[in-house]
Write a protein that binds this ligand. Structure first.
Ligand SMILES: [Zn+2]
Length: 281
C-alpha cells in the first residue's frame, strides 16, 4: 500500500435518504434524485471491495461519532475516512457552490500532528480531486476553547488514537450528483491505486516513470514536473548510465498501466513501466 498505510476504514456520513438538494436547485433528474447519505453509503460499499479497505458502516442508518471511532480503532485502521458531499449557497451569486473537494484533517491528533495530517491528505486526495475536475482544499479547525478538534468525528477518533482520521467532502452535492456512477468509479480507481495489495517478498515490482533520460538534469526536471502534477514522491533513479523519473510503484500490471497513463496525461511526458525484482529497487 502507498504512503506506509496498512488498513483503510471508510464510512458513509449520515444515513440513507439524508440530505437532498433543495427543490429550487434540483433542476435535473440527477440532481432531484440525489441523496448524500445514500450515495456515500454506496460509495463506502464500493470502496470496501478493494483489498486493504474496509467499509465499517454497512448499515443504512447513521451511527454516533463515538461508535465510528470505536469501529476504526477495533479494526486497527491507520486511516479512517468519513465520506460526504457538501452543500452551501454562495452569498454573492445566490447559487449553490460547486467545484471544491474538501478534506478536513485533525489539528490535535495524538499520533500525527497537523502538518503530517495535511501532507497525508494532500498526497491521498490531490490526484482524485484533479481527476474529478475540482480544486482540493485541506482545512482544520480548533474546537471552542482550544486543545481539541472542532469536528466531533475527528475529536472522537483522536480520543481513540486513530492515526489519520479525515472528513472527506467529495465536492458539493451538485458536483457528485451530476455523475454518481462516474464519480464513484474515479474514487474506486484512486483507492485501488493506493491500497493495491502488497506483493509477496521477492516478487517483481512495477515502477511507473515519467520518462527515461540520458542525463540526470533532464530526469530531475521531469521529477519536478511530476511533483507539480501531484506525484510528490517522484525521484531520480540512475542505473547503468540511464536516469529515470520514478513516480509510483505497483505490484499489479493493470494498476501500473493505469498509473502510467495517468502520469503521461498529467505530466505530458513519455511515461512508462519498468519491471524489476523487489530486491533491486
Ligand atoms: Zn455530509
Amino acid at each position: 500500500m502507498l504512503y506506509g498505510l496498512k488498513l483503510i476504514g471508510v464510512m458513509g456520513g449520515h444515513g440513507d435518504g439524508a440530505n437532498a438538494i433543495p427543490n429550487e436547485y434540483a433542476v435535473t433528474p440527477e440532481l432531484a434524485a440525489y441523496r448524500e447519505g445514500t450515495a456515500m453509503r454506496q460509495l463506502a460499499a464500493a470502496l470496501g471491495e478493494i483489498p486493504g479497505v474496509v467499509n465499517l458502516r454497512p448499515e443504512a442508518t447513521d451511527i454516533s461519532w463515538a461508535e465510528r471511532a470505536r469501529r476504526l480503532h477495533d479494526a486497527g485502521c491507520d486511516l479512517g475516512l468519513e465520506l460526504h458531499t457538501n452543500w452551501s449557497i454562495n452569498s454573492k451569486t445566490g447559487k449553490p457552490n460547486t467545484g471544491v473537494f474538501l478534506v478536513i484533517v485533525a489539528m490535535h491528533n495524538p499520533v500525527h500532528g497537523k502538518t503530517e495530517q495535511e501532507a497525508m491528505a494532500e498526497q491521498l486526495f490531490a490526484p482524485l480531486a484533479a481527476d474529478m475536475g475540482m480544486r482540493l482544499e485541506i482545512r482544520t479547525k480548533d474546537g471552542t476553547g482550544g486543545g481539541h478538534d472542532w469536528y466531533s468525528f475527528l475529536d472522537a477518533c483522536n480520543r481513540r488514537r486513530v492515526p489519520y482520521p479525515m472528513i472527506v467532502e467529495h465536492g458539493y452535492h451538485p458536483d457528485f450528483a451530476r455523475d454518481v456512477a462516474g464519480n464513484t468509479a474515479k474514487a474506486v480507481a484512486r483507492w485501488h491505486e493506493i491500497a493495491a495489495q502488497p506483493a509477496p517478498r521477492g516478487a517483481r515490482r512495477l515502477l511507473v516513470h515519467a520518462g527515461v533520460y540520458a542525463d540526470r538534469a533532464a530526469a530531475a526536471a521531469a521529477c519536478e514536473r511530476a511533483r507539480d502534477c501531484g506525484y510528490h514522491d517522484a525521484y531520480v533513479h540512475t542505473r547503468g548510465g540511464v536516469c529515470c523519473a520514478r513516480c509510483a510503484l505497483h505490484d499489479n500490471i493493470a494498476y501500473a498501466m493505469d498509473s502510467a497513463q495517468t502520469v503521461a496525461r498529467k505530466t505530458g511526458l513519455e511515461a512508462g513501466i519498468i519491471i524489476t525484482a523487489e530486491e533491486e529497487l
